[in-house]
Write a protein that binds this ligand. Structure first.
Ligand code: CDT
Length: 318
């Protein structure tokens, strides 16, 4: 008996990369840039446009302030708010969904590095809070610039849920989350078919500058591996270029469940890349090499959920 032919489930996806955002650039001006990118994506048939992490402002964790409340103006207390409403309205008008990274300040005072997923009708479908918070907690004046995400943000307590949206099983992650295999696997175990990601990656890594030259390689390495090992599409949008003296990696990309890059930004500025993605491709990997039910061995993976692992104690040669 022959296998029935696969039916395609196609969606056109866009990664909308942003060039630098100046410290004094108003959110209203940034939203105008986002609307231009949204229109460019829609003109090319995109149904869903992915914007970067913290897409409304400069990457403000590069600066220290003694008083956390002095940073409140970088945060959103509602979504949509006054500045972002025009983007939601334009999306509804165009019938295009989007993913937008932003700094979230909740009514009870929690601060998260978040992303909202907005449906084709311009209404929010889901909110995601970044889980892996990189950098440091206090001012470290020896650095050429700070990476104070651990001062400004709490880790998202909800982990990595997936949602049924845009005809797909959709998951979200933000920047540093993409470097952790657990991020993809937790979503993979929920059948994810499409992972949306925004990032701001300084090319210079002060704790170990020998990694700087490898930043572009590591960026794609982790996402290509995560896509392949979980049979999922990944769409990742960067903030690139020199922002307030800090060089940010660009390289926004759409990655197939095979791990191959099917579209990639060519510049470090505002740019939209579009790809047509067949969600059925996920099955090729989920039902063969990465058939989790058949091949995974969770009974020997227990240490994965231990807080810090344990030093190796097995003696060689016994
Ligand atoms: N925004 C973000 O998460 N950036 C980190 C930089 C790591 S170095 C502190 C990243 O993983 O790209």
């Amino acid at each position: 008996m022959s296998t029935p032919p696969e039916r395609a489930r196609r969606i056109r996806l866009a990664a909308a990369q942003l060039g630098p955002i100046a410290r004094d650039e108003g959110k209203e001006d940034v939203v105008e840039r986002l609307i231009e990118l949204l229109r460019a994506g829609a003109d090319r048939g995109a149904e869903l446009v992915v914007f970067p992490e913290l897409a409304l402002t400069t990457f403000f964790p590069r600066w220290w302030t003694d008083r956390l409340h002095d940073a409140d103006h970088w945060f959103e207390t509602e979504m949509p708010g006054r500045a972002t409403k025009p983007l939601f309205d334009e999306a509804a008008e165009l019938g295009v969904g989007f993913f937008l990274g932003y700094a979230e300040l909740t009514v009870d005072g929690h601060r998260y590095n978040s992303a909202v997923l907005v449906g084709l009708d311009g209404s929010p479908v889901a909110n995601f809070r970044k889980v892996h918070i990189p950098g440091h907690e206090r001012n470290e004046p020896w650095r050429p610039f700070q990476h104070l995400e651990r001062y400004y943000f709490e880790p998202g307590p909800e982990g990595f849920p997936v949602w049924d949206a845009f005809g797909a099983r959709v998951g979200m992650m933000l920047c540093n989350d993409r470097r952790w295999p657990e991020t993809y696997r937790v979503m993979g175990l929920q059948g994810v078919e499409l992972i949306l990601c925004g990032y701001n990656t300084p090319i210079h890594y002060p704790p170990d500058p020998s990694q700087d030259v490898l930043a572009p390689f590591h960026n794609h390495l982790v996402m290509q591996a995560g896509a392949y090992q979980n049979g999922t599409w990944v769409v990742a949008a960067a903030k690139g270029g020199t922002e307030e003296g800090s060089d940010l990696l660009a390289q926004s990309a759409v990655i197939a469940p095979s791990g191959q890059i099917v579209a990639q930004a060519l510049t470090t500025g505002d740019e939209v890349v579009v790809a047509e993605c067949d969600l059925e491709w996920c099955r090729r990997y989920k039902e063969t090499l990465f058939d989790f039910a058949r091949y995974r061995r969770p009974e020997v993976y227990g240490i994965i959920t231990a807080p810090h692992g344990t030093p190796a104690t097995t003696e060689a040669g016994t």
